[in-house]
Design a protein around this ligand. Structure first.
Ligand SMILES: Nc1ncnc2c1ncn2[C@@H]1O[C@H](COP(=O)(O)OP(=O)(O)OP(=O)(O)O)[C@@H](O)[C@H]1O
Length: 468
C-alpha cells in the first residue's frame, strides 16, 4: 500500500515535469498573458543560438523591437486569442517554425502562452535544394526542346521572329499526332509550307501529301475528291479514276481555303475520311492507311469560334495554328530577302547584292500578299537587275553605288548596319539637330551624337549667341 503522502507512479513532481520539458527536442517557450518570458527549455539556446540569459524575463515585444526576432507568434496569439503558427527569423540567422498556443483562465483571459519552436533551417536547405533541382530540370527541358527543334527538319524555312518560332514549335508538337488541324493566315503567309513541314516531320512522311484546290468548279472538285463512278450493265458501280481522298490514304489531305468549299461538301469529306479511317486494320495495330486532314483558311480565327462553327472542316479541327502576316514580323524580312535571292543566285548564277535602301524599302511595305509577294518581288527585281544590285528604282541604284564602297558583303550584320545608317542619315536630314533626332527616334541625345559620328553624318553646330 502506498503511503498517503507519497507519489503514485502516474504522478509527476514539478521538478520532474520541468526536467522532462528540458529534454524535449523541440524548444518550449512559456510567457505570461502579457508576453513576458517565464520559462525557456534547454533546446531554445540550441535551436535559436540565443543565450538563455538574453531572453529570460524579457517581454516578447522588447525582443522584437531589439531585432532579436523579426516577429513573435506569442504576441500574435495574444492579440488574436488563438493558436498561431508562423515562420520566424532569429537575428542569429536561424529560421524557425513556431506555434504559440494561448492558455485561458476561468475568467476567459489569457494566462500563459506556450510556444513550440522547431528549427527549419534544414527544411529550408531542402527547399533550396528542391528549387535548385527544379531550375536544373527547367534548364534540361529547355535544352531538350532546343535539341528537338534541331532534329525537326525545317530547312529552307525562315523563322527569325518569335512569332514564327512559336509557329515552328507548335508544328513540331503537332507533327507527332494525327489530330485534324487548321492553319490560318493571310494569303501567301506560308500556310501550305507549314502543312508540308508537319507532314515531312511526321510518321506519314513516306506517304502522300495531297492538296485539294478549292478554286476548282464544284462538279470537277467532287469528281477529283471522290473519283468518277459509272454504272456497269448489272447496275454495279465502277470506279473510272482514283479519288484524291483514296490517294491520300496513310498520308495527309491538305484542304486549302477549306472555308470556301460548300458546307455539304466539307461534311462529305469528313464523313468519307472517318469511314475510311475506321476500317479495321489486318493486325489490329491501328489503321496505317488513316488520313490526316489539314485545312487552311485565310480568315483570322483566333478567339472567334463563330468562324469555325460555320465551317464543318474548321470546327472538325482540334487545333489551329495562326501564321502572323509578314508586316507583323519585320525581323523575318531581311532574312527572307536574302534566302530568296540566294536561291535565285544558286539557280541562275547571276550574282546580286542587296542595298540597304532595298531592305529599308521592304520594311516599309504593307506586303498584302505576304511572303509570296515578297518572293515574287525579289524574282522580278532579280530578272530586271543588270548592275549587280537588287534594287527597284534609280534612287536605290544611287544608294547602291554608295553602299558598294562601304559594304563588302550581304551578311545580316552588314545589312543591319546599312539599314541603321540610312535611318540616321534620313533623321538628321529631316530634324537637323541631335536633340530633335534623339526625340524622334526615342534615343538619348548622346546616343544620337554617337550614331552621327559612327556614320559620318555632319552635326549641325549650335549657333553662338550674338554679342551686343
Ligand atoms: N517562313 C518562310 N520561309 C521560307 N519560305 C517561305 C516562308 N513562308 C512562306 N514561304 C514561301 O512563300 C511562298 C508562299 O507560301 P505558301 O504557299 O505556303 O503560302 P499560303 O499561305 O499557303 O498561300 P495561299 O494563301 O496563297 O495558299 C512559298 O513559296 C513558300 O515556300
Amino acid at each position: 500500500m502506498p503511503n498517503k503522502g507519497s507519489k503514485t507512479n502516474t504522478e509527476i513532481s514539478l521538478q520532474e515535469f520541468i526536467s522532462a520539458i528540458n529534454f524535449s527536442y523541440d524548444g518550449v517557450w512559456i510567457t505570461d498573458g502579457e508576453g513576458k518570458t517565464l520559462f525557456v527549455n534547454n533546446s531554445i539556446p540550441r535551436i535559436t543560438r540565443l543565450e538563455k540569459q538574453l531572453v529570460e524575463g524579457k517581454n516578447m515585444q522588447d525582443l522584437v523591437e531589439q531585432g532579436v526576432f523579426d516577429k513573435s507568434a506569442t504576441l500574435i496569439a495574444i492579440e488574436k486569442k488563438e493558436v498561431v503558427t508562423i515562420i520566424q527569423k532569429v537575428h542569429t540567422g536561424v529560421i524557425t517554425m513556431v506555434t504559440a498556443s494561448p492558455i485561458f483562465g476561468n475568467d476567459g483571459k489569457i494566462q500563459k502562452v506556450i510556444t513550440n519552436v522547431r528549427d527549419i533551417t534544414e527544411l529550408n536547405k531542402l527547399k533550396d535544394k528542391i528549387e535548385f533541382l527544379e531550375a536544373t530540370q527547367a534548364a534540361y527541358e529547355k535544352e531538350l526542346k532546343e535539341l528537338k527543334m534541331k532534329l525537326f527538319r525545317s530547312d529552307g524555312i525562315i523563322a527569325a521572329s518569335h512569332r514564327m518560332q512559336d509557329v515552328i514549335q507548335t508544328s513540331t508538337r503537332l507533327s507527332k499526332y494525327d489530330s485534324p488541324i487548321t492553319i490560318s493566315g493571310e494569303k501567301g503567309s506560308g500556310k501550305e509550307m507549314i502543312a508540308r513541314l508537319i507532314h515531312e516531320n511526321s510518321e506519314r512522311s513516306q506517304r502522300p501529301f495531297i492538296k485539294i484546290n478549292c478554286t476548282l468548279p464544284a462538279e470537277l472538285l467532287i469528281m477529283e475528291l471522290f473519283g468518277h463512278h459509272t454504272h456497269g450493265e448489272h447496275g454495279q458501280s465502277i470506279s473510272n479514276n482514283a479519288s484524291l481522298i483514296e490517294a491520300s490514304q496513310g498520308g495527309v489531305l491538305y484542304v486549302e481555303n477549306a472555308d470556301q468549299l460548300p458546307k455539304p461538301l466539307q461534311s462529305e469529306i469528313i464523313e468519307t475520311i472517318e469511314r475510311l479511317n475506321k476500317k479495321p486494320s489486318p493486325n489490329n495495330l491501328g489503321n496505317a492507311d488513316s488520313i490526316r486532314i489539314i485545312s487552311s483558311t485565310a480568315q483570322k480565327t483566333d478567339g472567334d469560334s463563330s468562324i469555325n462553327s460555320k465551317h464543318p472542316l474548321l470546327s472538325y479541327s482540334v487545333f489551329t495554328i495562326e501564321i502572323p502576316p509578314l508586316k507583323e514580323r519585320p525581323e523575318d524580312i531581311p532574312l527572307l530577302t536574302k534566302h530568296f535571292l540566294d536561291r535565285l543566285i544558286n539557280k541562275y548564277g547571276k550574282e546580286l547584292r542587296i542595298p540597304s535602301s532595298t531592305i529599308y524599302d521592304f520594311l516599309q511595305r504593307p506586303w498584302k500578299g505576304n511572303v509570296k509577294e515578297l518572293k515574287n518581288t525579289i524574282e522580278r527585281l532579280y530578272i530586271l537587275a543588270d548592275d549587280g544590285w537588287l534594287s527597284d528604282n534609280l534612287t536605290h541604284k544611287a544608294d547602291a553605288l554608295k553602299t558598294q564602297r562601304n559594304t563588302k558583303n550581304t551578311t545580316l550584320q552588314s545589312m543591319l548596319y546599312e539599314h541603321e545608317k540610312s535611318i540616321i542619315e534620313k533623321a538628321f536630314s529631316r530634324y537637323k539637330t541631335s536633340q530633335l533626332v534623339a526625340k524622334a527616334l526615342g534615343i538619348s541625345q548622346a546616343s544620337a551624337v554617337r550614331k552621327a559620328q559612327k556614320f559620318s553624318v555632319p552635326l549641325k553646330k549650335r549657333g553662338r549667341p550674338k554679342r551686343g
